[in-house]
Design a protein around this ligand. Sequence first.
Ligand code: C2E
Ligand code: MG
Ligand code: MG
Ligand code: MG
Length: 287
Amino acid sequence: AKLMPGKNVYQYFSQEMNQRVSERLRLEQDLRSALDRGEFRLFYQPKVDLVSGEMHSMEALIRWAHPESGLVSPVRFIPIAEETGLIIPIGQWVLEEACRQNRAWQDAGFPPLRVAVNLSATQFAQPDIVDSIVAVLEKTGLDPEFLELEITESMLMEDVEDAIRILRELKGLGLSLAIDDFGTGYSSLSYLKRFPVDCIKIDQSFIAELLKNSEDAAITSAIIALAGSLNLNVTAEGVETLEHVDFLRRRGCHEIQGYYFSRPLPPEDFTRLLREGRNLYNFKSAS
Ligand code: C2E
Ligand code: MG
Ligand code: MG
Ligand code: MG
């Protein structure tokens, strides 16, 4: 198409923008009723210990089963949920459902695993965040040692002193804390030792090009070394190939998560995986 300045170009753009705005409005409208209609699902993805090959935990990831659009990715609706405040009831549902499901797997006799739940910035900033987590643990009967919360660097850097206070309270409950998407935010390394967290998760953007991009390889190695010297566990996410696994294992990464082992699975499929036992990989025979 010829791009001529003037009326037609303006109309072309405004038409496309209108379409985008109305699509987003529709999504926002639908999101308001999605909780009441029971349209959210949690999928679960194993995290695998790189020494034993065993799964000790899994991450709960939300999906929206939209009546017309099918499964909607959280990348599309979490930002809208954040802006509209809907993230509070949705986040509460996620916490409760993840704890309930994890407790149900334990009651069914499977070896106890930790379930990791992503917290959003708005949720973390709620004055009653600690109380609401206590309430969910009591309601579902899940032992806090089997719950892990994933928060991002930017959530912690908003108000560092306040964040440290909340993290301490959460740790006091007996649960675990992880910093998600590590390396993409602008957290100061000097703060890292002050945050009472158990684990850092290397962002998948560094893993994707690990074998092709020497800078990504250097950053990944540096994060693993940093975690080691601060006595933190380190998980790599977005692990897709055996080459990724070998690289990470040689550098001493503790845990990996990614399509190489399993995509995030609906609860029925995850139950099937649990039936096969928690040993997902034999590293000795692989190398
Ligand atoms: P995240 O917490 O960093 O989750 C990891 C994302 O990487 C997930 O995307 C997962 O499906 C994807 N992933 C896992 N392994 C691989 C792999 O090997 N290759 C690739 N390319 N991707 C992989 P997902 O499920 O689409 O979630 C995207 C983001 O949405 C999450 O990133 C998290 O920030 C947010 N999110 C998901 N569930 C929730 C939730 O319940 N609450 C909140 N507040 N945010 C959530
Ligand atoms: Mg996460
Ligand atoms: Mg992440
Ligand atoms: Mg992410």
